[in-house]
Every structure is written in C-alpha cells, then in structure tokens.
Design a protein around this ligand. Structure first.
Ligand SMILES: [Zn+2]
Ligand SMILES: [Zn+2]
Length: 627
C-alpha cells in the first residue's frame, strides 16, 4: 500500500491522507470515499504510512492537473489567502490520453498534440506604420503594456499577434473585462480565425463548454477569448496572453480566491514561457509603472472632440437640449451615470434621515418600475414608502438620479427618442445584451444610457455626443484610486464617441479644473498621479492589503478586529494604516470592520498576514474595493 496527500476539490477542508495499491504521480483527479459519499480530489504527493487508519482511493478519473497548474494554484492560494482547493478549482483539468492506467506515470503527461501550420495563409489586417512599429516592438518583449487611445487600433495588433502565434503552432488567450464585450469581438475574430477561436465565459451552457474543451484538446481551437475564467482553460503550447482593458477592476475577483486576473496572467506567462501583452487607453498606474510601455500614438481615425463642463447633478435643460439636437440630426448619443434604478436614496427633508435597508447601513434605492425599494448590497426589497419612519413627515425626497429615472425624464422631454437601458438590471442575459447592442447598432434606438458597462470597449461609429454624469460621486469615494477611477472613466466614455464624426462631450462636475488639466493627454495624468501616489505611500510604490471582518454580533466583530491588530503590531516591517468600522458598516445583518495594512515589500506583509490567517477574517491582497 502507498499513501497519498489529497485535497478535495471545491472545498475548504484540510488536506487528507488516503491509500492506494499502486504508484501515483502528483496531479491526477481521483475519487475518494468521504463519510458515505464519494468526492473528487487531487493527488498532491506521497506521504509515509500514517499512524491512523486510512481509506482507499476508489478510482482514477480521466482528468489531471499538470505541474504548472498546481504551482500557479499554490501561488494563488498563498498570495491571495485561499485554500489550495479553492485555487486549483479555478482551473480546468487536462484529460489523459489513452486508457486510465494507474501505473502510468502521469507526470510524463499526454504527448503534446503536434500543431501543424494552420496559420499559413490566414488573412491579416493591414497595419498602419505606427501599428506595425508597435507590433514589432511587442514581439521583442516577454511582457509589455500597449498604451493607445481608444480607436488607435489596438485590436488589429492583437489579431496580428494571434495570427503569428498560429503560424508558430502556439495557442493564445485573449482576456476582456466583461462578457458584454464578447459579441462584438467574436464577430471580428471569426473573420480572421473562423473555428480556431472560441469565446469562453461563465454564461456558456455546460454542453457548449464541453464541446469547446474537446476542440481545445483536439487542437482545433487555438485561441480562447473571454472574461476572467478564460485564463484557466487547459490549452497546450500557450504562446500569448493578451489582457485588454487591463485597467478594469472587474479583473479582480471579489470572492475567494480574490485574485487579480491581470497579475495572474503575468505570472502564468512567466511560468509557461508565454508572452504577455496588457493593453489600455487608460493604463493602470501599476502596469504603467511596472512594465515596458509600447505607445500607439496616432488614433486610427482622427476626430475632434469638443468638451463642455456643466454643474449640477441631475438631467437638466442643457443636457436635454443637446441630446435633442443630436437626436434631431439623426445621430446617436451615450449617457453615463453611476447609479441604477430611479434614485439611490430617499431622505426626509424634515429630520434628515435617509431611508435605510433594515439589514445594511445603506440607503434603499427606488425602482419605480418594479414598484419597490431595493438594497443594492443584500438585494432586500420592500414596498415603496413615502413617509419618514422617524418623524412621520411626508413626502420623502429622492436623491442621486439613476438610469431608469434619467430614461423616463429624457423620454418625456424628447418626443420619439428610443433609449436603450444598459445596466445590470436590464442586461441580465447574453441574449438581452446582443439584442440591446443590435438595436443600437441598427439605429432603432438612439441613446445608449447606462452605468459602468458602457465604458468597456464598445465601438460605434455614429455616436456624436457623450454625456458623463456622476463623476463627483466617484471622485468622492474613500479610495486611494478615486482620482484614477474618475479620470479613466471620463476618457473611456468620451472615447466611445467621435469614432467617425466630430463629437461633443458634456461632463457634469463641480471640479472641471481637475479634468481639464489632463484632457489632452492621459499620460500626463499618469505621471502626476504616480508622483502623488509615491509621495502618499500608495501602490504601486507599496503593497496594500485589507482585512475584512464581518459578524452578526457587533462586539464580536470589534473584538476580532482588535485581536488581529494586536497580533499584527508585533510585525515591525508593516504599517497598520487604519482599523475600525468599514465605510459600509453593516451588510446583510453582519457588522463589518476592516483593517488596512501596507508595507514597502510584499514579503513581510504576506508573512504577517499568514500568521493571523484564520477563518474569522477575510484577507484581500492588492484590494481595489474599500466600501
Ligand atoms: Zn423625518
Ligand atoms: Zn441590504
């Protein structure tokens, strides 16, 4: 009998010991008995005969994780503070070739599928001189950051790189921040790559996923494009990972493992010897600071933009008039605001009380269409109220206009205009997304109105007006990246307009000077902001970690926080920036506390955090969210 350390998949259970009659390598997925059930587990290594009774491994499955997947998962679990099981479960395993033979040394793995030169003769986009220069420069570097304004033709460069990989018999991964981007991109990629490209995201059916995996295994699919999860498909001979819109926060997972897909892509590239290309019109401070920058200067289609700064925080006459004139001229517009529903808050004019969610310390948002108030944190809903629960005053006032209210106001003021609502409430499925974009593309609707979703890479030739509201709310967030987030949003939304025609951009803000300073060049903003971050001791110049504590019992949460702070104080190389109640003090009836830590180097920070790691706290390395 031989003895093995195994880890159950998709579980936070500790590592277990099982026995098996023959030799097994590291990596195969096996079935093991646990109490009265059978569980999937992965073999992590051999151990000596333990002094307790062990059960026997029941059978070997036809799947296994390879050495690199296991190493990267180990890194993720240690760096992002998750169990190894949670980390390895991000990956999709490889399938063994041949019949499952337990004595077969799996470490030899399947023989890598020979990839013939399918790429020869595939059509390629024609590159402009500046695109060609960028393309060649990228080829000389292991990892680089492609920095080019929206519309400068980054996608043609990606396509040329994928074609080059195909010719060399290598595969590619193409990451996009949101699946909302995939329909348009899929169309473009299919033109060049046909069935060698597959889109991969969480909304695919199980059947579709299986057929893609089979084609990857056969070697007929060599380019996988999609959201975060596309990083973990089992490709052979990986040559390139492209991370488009690399600045986007949706690359950071908000549940365990709280990994950042961009950073894991860089690690993976180094480990597998694959090239990594990050790209953005508004690069993150950290990528600009860390990686070789390849600049794409000239916009592909050069157009002029006229900026106008206005005050206020609602749809006003000036916005309505401009929207109306663009509509009358047969053009299309874009309107961004950061809030969903009708209004974010209801408050009492008499006593000042905001109508809060009973389970969270956040205001209930008004959704008139659904005839309810909804908490955007815990999804609790209740009937619409109009009387103050504290003093009985009525009616309640509403504040911070949302997408639905803006739509209603616009539709009432501009006769005939068709508005496309583009947010999480309306775009709930891939089908609805396709339909909404289709209607806008065909001109059936003339105004695309939505939240952050709008800022992510959609291209439309006819947009002649962008209206950007609510930037002051983003600037006011308690987040060291608030300025970057607001500025990047402004550039991204403004960049959606004027692809083919001259365009107007209306920005509603109380701080026009801040935005005006940088309008002509995002790089000037990056340089100023990096100087500020260096002075204020924020990333990328230091490492940051946030500890979250949530408990039904407020005093218990407070005590865990204090105890953790006490333990951390013993570590001299780290600084406790702050600790106490989180900005949103309560969510889903749990009281929330947080601790913010920083250190010049990540090693002492990780060491300190591993010493306090326990089930009662959640550790977020390199956090992007501070609420
Ligand atoms: Zn009141
Ligand atoms: Zn709530």
């Amino acid at each position: 009998m031989k003895f093995y350390e195994v880890v159950l998949l998709r579980s936070s259970a500790p590592h277990l010991t099982y026995s098996f009659s023959s030799a097994l390598a590291v990596g195969p997925i096996v079935n093991v008995p646990l109490k009265s059930t059978m569980k999937e587990a992965i073999i992590l290594g051999t151990v000596s005969k333990p002094n307790f009774n062990t059960e026997e491994i029941l059978s070997l499955s036809e799947f296994y994780y390879n050495k690199e997947q296991i190493e990267i998962a180990k890194f993720i679990s240690e760096y992002y503070f998750s169990s190894f099981s949670e980390a390895i479960s991000l990956f999709l395993p490889y399938r063994r070739s041949g019949s499952p033979d337990p004595d077969n040394n799996l470490q030899k793995e399947r023989s890598v599928m020979p990839i013939e030169n399918v790429g020869v003769g595939i059509p390629r986009p024609t590159l402009s001189p500046s695109q060609q220069q960028a393309y060649e420069s990228i080829l000389t570097k292991d990892k680089s950051l492609l920095f080019g304004v929206t519309g400068s033709g980054k996608t043609e460069i990606f396509i040329s790189l994928f074609a080059k990989m195909l010719e060399e018999g290598l595969t590619s991964i193409f990451l996009m921040p949101e699946i909302s981007l995939t329909p348009q991109m899929e169309k473009r990629l299919k033109v060049y790559f046909g069935d060698t490209v597959a889109m991969w995201h969480s909304k695919l059916t199980k059947k579709k996923k299986e057929s893609i995996l089979e084609a990857i295994e056969e070697g007929s699919i060599r380019i996988v494009a999609g959201a975060r999860s596309a990083l973990f498909v089992p490709l052979n001979n990986l040559g390139l990972i492209v991370v488009d819109e690399e600045h986007d926060d949706s690359y950071k997972a908000m549940t365990r493992p709280r990994y950042h897909a961009r950073d894991v892509a860089v690690l993976m590239g180094a480990k597998l010897g694959a090239k990594v290309l990050l790209a953005s019109a508004t690069p993150s401070m950290s990528s600009y600071h860390k990686y070789d920058v390849v600049k794409l200067d000239k916009p592909y289609v050069e157009t002029k933009k006229k900026y106008e700064f206005i005050t206020g925080n609602n749809i006003n006459h000036s916005i309505l008039n401009t929207l109306n004139s663009h509509y009358k001229e047969g053009n299309q517009s874009l309107l961004f605001l950061p809030t969903r529903g009708n209004f974010k808050y209801l408050y009492c004019e008499s006593c000042g009380k905001t109508h809060l969610c009973p389970y969270c310390s956040v205001g209930m948002a008004l959704h008139r269409r659904f005839k309810h108030l909804k908490c955007h944190y815990c999804n609790f809903t209740e009937a619409i109220v109009d009387t103050c629960t504290q003093c009985g005053h009525q009616p309640l006032k509403s504040d911070r206009m949302g997408t639905v209210e803006a739509m209603e106001v616009i539709e009432e003021a501009i006769e005939g205009i068709q508005v496309e609502q583009f947010d999480k409430d309306s775009i709930t499925t891939a089908k609805k997304l396709k339909e909404a974009l289709g209607r806008f593309e065909s001109g059936e609707s003339q105004l695309l109105l939505g939240t952050q979703m709008l800022s992510k890479g959609h291209d439309y030739a006819n947009i002649t007006l962008s209206v950007i509201m609510g930037l002051d709310y983003i600037l006011g967030l308690a987040d060291y990246r608030a300025r970057e987030r607001a500025m990047s949003l402004l550039f991204q939304i403004a960049g959606r307009s004027g692809r083919a025609k001259e365009a107007e951009v209306i920005v509603q803000t109380g701080d026009p000077e801040f935005f005006q300073t940088y309008l002509s060049d995002y790089e000037v903003f990056i340089k100023d902001e990096l100087a500020f971050l260096e002075m204020a001791d924020y990333p990328p110049f230091v490492s940051l970690a946030r500890i979250l504590i949530a408990h039904k019992d407020e005093s218990k949460a407070g005590k865990i926080t204090l105890d953790t702070v006490t333990k951390l104080k013993a570590f001299k190389d780290i600084e406790i920036v702050g600790s106490g109640k989180a900005p949103v003090e309560r969510v889903a009836n749990k009281f929330r506390f947080n601790i913010l830590l920083r250190s010049k180097n990540r090693v002492p920070l990780l060491k300190a955090l591993h010493s306090v790691d326990c089930r009662e706290i959640e550790i977020d390395m390199d956090p992007v969210e501070f609420s």
